[in-house]
Design a protein around this ligand. Structure first.
Ligand code: NAD
Length: 462
């Protein structure tokens, strides 16, 4: 696979300060497909300097011109969508059709939405005798995970650029090739030098240097809750803005009036997509006791049908971690009805689509984020019991409610401590704010709420 051996800083590919490399592995066959430089604090410093230098001109560029540049970036992503899909498949392992539809398709939608929002957003408003200006926060340090490599980048970079901020990106070490491709697209779109900069590297080295850098005004992080807490503490100590998109343990609540077969089928599909490596995946299926056995049979059948259609997990560590959770589920008394801890292939980090029945709300597999193709089916006695279970984790990122009519599902969803709920299988909306309650995060991404994260207000009184 094609890889750059430098960092994209100040509008050009520059040699890295150090000589260490990161090997990029194809998780489907465990072969090394490329190497990228492992950035150091020195590379981060150079990138932050370039972003600071570019900031005044970009911040003063009229929103319509910024919008045109983001539209040009969207167009490059469209033109290179096959290459994007192939790159994500090579380094993340997602099956190619999923990479084409989701890993390439969604970032194109999101980039397009910010091209429009940048042009239409009210960056200035009159409030009584004041004019209130929405101004860019400044230099953004963006740190992204590997699970949706391009989406996570675009969901930060596009609104930041729309707001007039400049950016230094530190992408996940498992998926740096997609990030390099994105940097090429930025360049091709004619976005001015220094407005976007890329430093590949390890989290505790380059990521930490970026989060701690005095020249960064806002840190936008997506990843694990453990690292998010650290980044939040660092930002707090420096009185710096921070946005955190963290883990989840979402509930798929099936009320007795719902179409059970549809709710179970969509629920299993939701978790199996991207091999369960989705922070908002509905990994806890909550079913009324009267329908429990039927739901378990439907879920087992649906999961088994996935068979070998799901891709591998991203790396050996995740592979061991997820299989460890499955073993823990068995040890704590849950009943395996599909899949299991055994690796289905000799090569590649594959895990079988796995379903557990007889899961109780306090079990480890019902509390902790597994980040693999594993669904836990939990029994509830009545609606209050379902709500208590749905809200009974430290997370609150997403969820689903199924009922005979939308009004009944909405009434339940309004009582859930969670940032996004799909009603009776609601579709993805790139303009809807995405983010968590409780330990799932701070702040929102996507749409106008995502743009507002990169703005600060100034009031002038007359
Ligand atoms: P991770 O926290 O290990 O890594 C995320 C990013 O942070 C990577 O770029 C990594 O290099 C960097 N990083 C690691 N240690 C760092 C440090 N000390 N300082 C600064 N940066 C550091 O998470 P992961 O394993 O890459 O991703 C999986 C996790 O991300 C899951 O828990 C998942 O739920 C979460 N996630 C959340 C969302 C969301 O929108 N809420 C989306 C995707 C993933």
């Amino acid at each position: 696979m094609k890889a750059h051996d430098g960092m994209y800083i100040g509008g050009e590919w520059r040699a890295a300060a150090g000589t260490d490399l990161i090997a990029v592995v194809d998780p489907a066959d465990e072969q090394v497909i490329a190497h990228v430089p492992a950035g150091t604090a020195e590379d981060v410093d150079a990138a932050v300097s370039a972003a600071r230098e570019a900031l005044p001109v970009w911040a003063a560029t009229p929103p319509a011109e910024r919008a045109a540049k983001i539209a040009a970036l969207r167009d490059v992503l469209v033109a290179r969508k096959d290459e994007i899909a192939e790159t994500v498949t090579a380094e993340l392992g997602a099956p190619l059709p999923f990479s084409q539809a989701v890993h390439a398709g969604v970032p194109i939608l999101v980039a397009g939405s910010y091209a429009e929002l940048a042009a239409s957003y009210a960056f200035e408003e009159k409030v009584g005798n004041s004019t209130v200006y929405a101004e860019p926060v400044g230099v953004v340090g963006a740190i992204t995970p590997w699970n949706y490599p391009l989406h996570q980048i675009v969901a930060k970079v596009a609104p930041a650029l729309a707001a007039g901020c400049t950016v230094v990106l530190k992408p996940a070490e498992d998926t740096p090739l997609t990030a390099q491709l994105f940097a090429e697209a930025v360049h091709e779109a004619g976005i001015p030098a220094g407005v976007f900069n890329l430093v590949t590297g390890l989290g505790p080295v380059a990521g930490q240097a970026l989060a701690e850098h005095g020249g960064v005004d806002l840190v936008s992080f997506t990843g694990s809750t453990a690292v998010g807490k650290q980044i939040g503490a660092t930002a707090g100590a420096a009185v710096k803005r921070v946005a955190l998109e963290l883990g989840g343990k979402s509930a798929n609540v099936i009320l007795p009036s719902a179409d059970l077969a549809k709710a179970v089928g969509v629920g299993i599909a939701n978790v199996m997509g991207n091999s369960g490596q989705t922070c908002s995946a509905w990994t806890r299926m909550l079913v009324h006791t009267s329908q429990y056995d039927e739901a378990v049979a439907l879920a087992a059948e649906a999961a088994t049908k996935y068979g070998d259609r799901i891709g591998p997990l991203v790396n050996a560590k995740q592979h061991a971690r997820v299989r460890g959770y499955i073993e823990k589920g068995v040890a704590e008394g849950a009943r395996l009805v599909a899949g299991g801890p055994e690796a289905p292939c000799e090569q590649g980090y594959f895990v079988s689509p796995t379903v557990f029945a007889d899961v109780t709300p306090e079990m480890t597999i019902a509390q902790e984020e597994i980040f693999g193709p594993v669904v836990s089916i939990i029994r509830y006695e009545d609606e209050d019991d379902a709500l208590r279970i749905a809200n009974g984790t430290v997370y609150g990122l997403a969820g689903a409610v199924w009922a005979g009519d939308d009004a009944e599902a909405v009434a339940f969803a309004r009582r859930m401590d969670t940032g996004q709920v799909d009603i009776n299988g609601g579709r993805f909306n790139p303009l809807a704010p995405f983010g968590g309650y409780k330990q799932s995060g701070v702040g929102r991404e996507l749409g106008s709420h995502g743009l507002a994260e990169y703005l600060q207000t100034k009031s002038l009184q007359f």
